[in-house]
Structure formats: C-alpha cells, structure tokens
Design a protein around this ligand. Structure first.
Ligand SMILES: C[S@@+](CC[C@H](N)C(=O)[O-])C[C@H]1O[C@@H](n2cnc3c(N)ncnc32)[C@H](O)[C@@H]1O
Length: 203
C-alpha cells in the first residue's frame, strides 16, 4: 500500500466517506479526542485528518492543523470547516511520514483511524513525536491485530484484500510502540468490544 495508491483510494472515497465512515466510527473519534485532552489555547496537529470528522470534538478555540495525502478528502473537510465556522483549522496536503514542520511545533498530535492506512506507521509516529514539544502528548486510535490467535490469523489473511481498499487489518500494537520507541503509554478501548484502541503517549 504505497502513498500514491492510498492517495488515489481516498480521493475516490472522498464524496461518500462521511456517509460510510461518519456515524459508524464516531465513538472512537470522541474517545480519542477526550484522551488527548485538547485545551482551547493549544495548537494541535491531526495527521490523516481526512474530511475533518473529529474537529467538532475539539474546543472551538483550539488551533488545529490537519494534514492528509488526499486533496479531495481535504476539500470536503474545508467545506465542513466553513459550515462549522471553524476558521482556526488549517488544512494542508502533506505526507505524514515526512512533514514540513520544524521540531516541537505543536502541543499535541493525533492520528485517528489513520495508522492502518499509511505505508509506514512507525515513521509516522516518529514524525508526530518529532513535531510535538517536550511535555506534549500524542494520541492514536486504530484497530490493532487481535491477541486472540484465531482472530489474528483471520485479520492477517484478509489484509491483502483490505489493502486494496485502503487499509490493513494486521497492524500489531506492541511492536509498533517498540519500534517507534514509545514507552510512556496509556491504552484504552475506543468501543465497547475493544475492536479499536486509543493510545496516549507522553512526549
Ligand atoms: C480512514 S481515513 C481516516 C480519516 C479521519 N481521521 C477520520 O477519523 O475519519 C485515513 C486517512 O489517512 C490519510 N492518509 C493515508 N496515508 C497518509 C499519509 N502518509 N499522510 C497523510 N495522510 C495519510 C488518507 O488519505 C485518509 O484521509
């Protein structure tokens, strides 16, 4: 799943994304933003912001910078921000694994339903950590491969098909944290069954 393929897939989804993945994935967005504890005076980065469905959960005063590979997803987000009257949301086309921001640019960063869609999730987490100031925090919320062996087998088996439609189902949490050198972490279930988990990391 390379970046240009992902970009094409999400450009294609952009017009129906909110209908298909809006209400169905709302709970996780709220859990993740609550875990991030954004303050109205902070500057926060969201990578893979997509159509901006998380924005209503942030305090109105929070300055949000949302980056995404897909310009068409961002176009939908821009219209939504206008309707919501959120003029302090900046939307930028950017690859989250190589961001243009200097070190320590943000108070916090979030990635919601994003890490399973990126080519290199470890690199994206490293980049998020780099651009957050010391003392800040990261939250990422995603589906991770089950610790149940049968489920894990099935998730791995369907990944080649899932990748064709823009995500993977076999992302493992523990190796991800280890490779991204993230140690001070808190993990919570982002839905009643723990299908999605939100992870907060102290920077
Ligand atoms: C499943 S959508 C999630 C969108 C949004 N966060 C939400 O809660 O609905 C994943 C998003 O990640 C974006 N994405 C994938 N790879 C990316 C990358 N390397 N850099 C930035 N965005 C990326 C996709 O374009 C897509 O908009």
């Amino acid at each position: 799943m390379n970046t240009s393929y992902t970009e094409k897939v999400y450009n294609f989804y952009s017009t129906v994304y909110d209908f298909v993945f809006g209400p169905s994935l709302e709970t996780g967005r709220k859990v993740a933003v609550d875990l991030l504890e954004p303050k109205p005076y902070e500057k926060i980065l969201e990578v893979g912001v997509g159509t901006g469905l998380s924005v209503p959960y942030f305090p109105r005063g929070t300055a949000i910078v949302g980056v995404d590979l897909s310009q068409k997803m961002l176009d939908v987000a821009a219209k939504k921000m206008e309707k919501l009257g959120r003029s302090n949301v900046e939307l930028l086309t950017m690859d989250a694994s190589h961001m243009d921001f200097p070190d320590d640019s943000f108070d916090a960063a979030a990635a919601l339903y994003c890490l399973s869609c990126v080519e290199n999730p470890v690199q994206v987490l490293r980049e998020m950590k780099r651009v957050v100031r010391p003392g800040g925090r990261l939250v990422f919320m995603n589906h991770f491969q089950s610790t149940n062996k049968t489920m894990a087998f099935m998730e791995k088996a369907v990944t080649p098909i899932a990748k064709r439609i823009g995500f993977r189902t076999d992302l493992k949490l523990s190796p991800l944290l280890r490779k991204a050198e993230m140690t001070d972490c808190q993990t919570v279930n982002a839905d009643p069954f723990g299908v999605y988990k939100a992870v907060r990391v102290a920077v």
